[in-house]
Ligand binder design. Structure first.
Ligand SMILES: Nc1ncnc2c1ncn2[C@@H]1O[C@H](COP(=O)(O)OP(=O)(O)O)[C@@H](O)[C@H]1O
Ligand code: SF4
Ligand SMILES: [Mg+2]
Length: 324
């Protein structure tokens, strides 16, 4: 019998609000999910829906406004500075734009050495061990040895992102927030980086939260997918279920934007109309109502809740919930 995978991360009622001159911006508003060790949770939604803020709040790069984050069963929002520093070894992040996240004055080896020293994995006097570890990590992420003394501007986007991945991997993490790691790359390079990340996951038993605005990127990669809209989860399901039987009108609209290779595949097409607003002092009710072709008054008169309509398939839409 297959051994049941253990839960690594659990997020409960997570909120991150920002105070802005126009009011309180509900960037992440009551998000709940868990990720099992060795699996990938895909997080999708349009730009501005709160994906990066959620990733940062989970890592405590932003202090959450409310909620709980459990890592290996421990409530990490109660961690002090020292405990947080230790936690950084387990929880890492890969950023969208490696050019922006890399120091232009650091060579490849310096960029990889930095987290090793900051996290106290080696002392700067342990030169031989550091050189050997840099060599090992460069090999792991497919960076040729000859690039060890090059600078980010001398490298293409794919190689720069390999440095970003190397920096995250240097400390031997268990969990990585991958914040649109291929969105800034040429399409031809995207597949190489995705393949590398998949290989690394298998080899190192990594757990990913993979953020993207492009559903097709996480299709074959994720075990489960969360769809976000203006700070809230609107649907969450195993990846296969979500693609086969999307239920929320917003998920259907996102899927409508993906070209379908199978001409027999029939799915209700919902074009995404209108602009994405921002969740400042949001009205009660469904935040998608302004763009939803099925919206009625009932959709805006009360708060939506995420309901499990099929095993492991959660949806937050009044219409779909009432049809069941
Ligand atoms: N530091 C901040 N201060 C105020 N508002 C912010 C801040 N960071 C993000 N936001 C707002 O929070 C919302 C979610 O942003 P973000 O998490 O970057 O979305 P995504 O990653 O999905 O594109 C947006 O409306 C954005 O303008
Ligand atoms: S709750 Fe209403 S407005 Fe929101 S997605 Fe469902 S039908 Fe559309
Ligand atoms: Mg983002």
């Amino acid at each position: 019998m297959l051994e049941e995978k253990k839960e690594l991360l659990r997020v409960e009622h997570l909120k991150k609000y920002f105070t802005t001159p126009k009011g309180t911006l509900h960037a992440v508003d009551d998000v709940n999910f868990s990720i099992r060790a060795g699996e990938t949770l895909g997080v999708v939604g349009e730009s501005g829906c709160g994906k990066s803020t959620m990733g940062r709040a989970i890592l405590r790069l932003h202090e959450p406004t409310a909620g709980k984050v459990y890592f290996e069963g421990n409530d990490i929002l109660g961690y002090n500075k020292k405990q947080l520093k230790e936690l950084r070894k387990d929880m890492q992040i890969i950023f969208q734009d490696p050019f922006a996240s890399l120091n232009p004055r650091m060579t490849v080896s310096e960029a990889i050495i930095e987290p090793l020293l900051v996290q106290g994995i080696y002392k700067s006097s342990e030169r031989a061990a550091i050189i050997s570890r840099v060599d090992e990590i460069m090999n792991l992420v497919g960076l040729a040895k000859r690039l060890v003394n090059t600078y980010p501007h001398e490298l293409d986007g794919g190689r720069r992102q390999r440095i970003g991945i190397a920096r995250a991997l240097a400390v031997n993490p268990k969990f990585i927030v991958c914040d649109e790691p291929v969105s800034a790359l040429d399409v031809s390079i995207q597949a190489q980086i995705l393949n590398l990340m998949q290989d690394l996951q298998e080899e190192l038993n990594l757990t990913y939260m993979f953020i993207t605005h492009d559903l097709s990127v996480v299709r074959h990669f994720s075990n489960n997918i969360v769809v976000m809209y203006l700070g809230q989860m609107v649907e969450c399901a195993p990846a296969k279920t979500l693609f086969k039987n999307p239920l929320h009108p917003y998920t259907k609209a996102l899927l409508s934007a993906i070209p379908v290779p199978d001409p027999d595949f029939k799915m209700e097409r919902i074009p995404l109309k209108g602009e994405l607003t921002s969740p400042i002092n949001p009205d009660p009710g469904c935040r998608f109502a302004k763009r939803c072709p099925y919206a009625t008054e009932a959709c805006t008169s009360r708060e939506m809740t995420l309901m499990e309509l099929e095993p492991e398939h959660f949806v937050s839409c009044r219409m779909i919930q009432e049809q069941r």
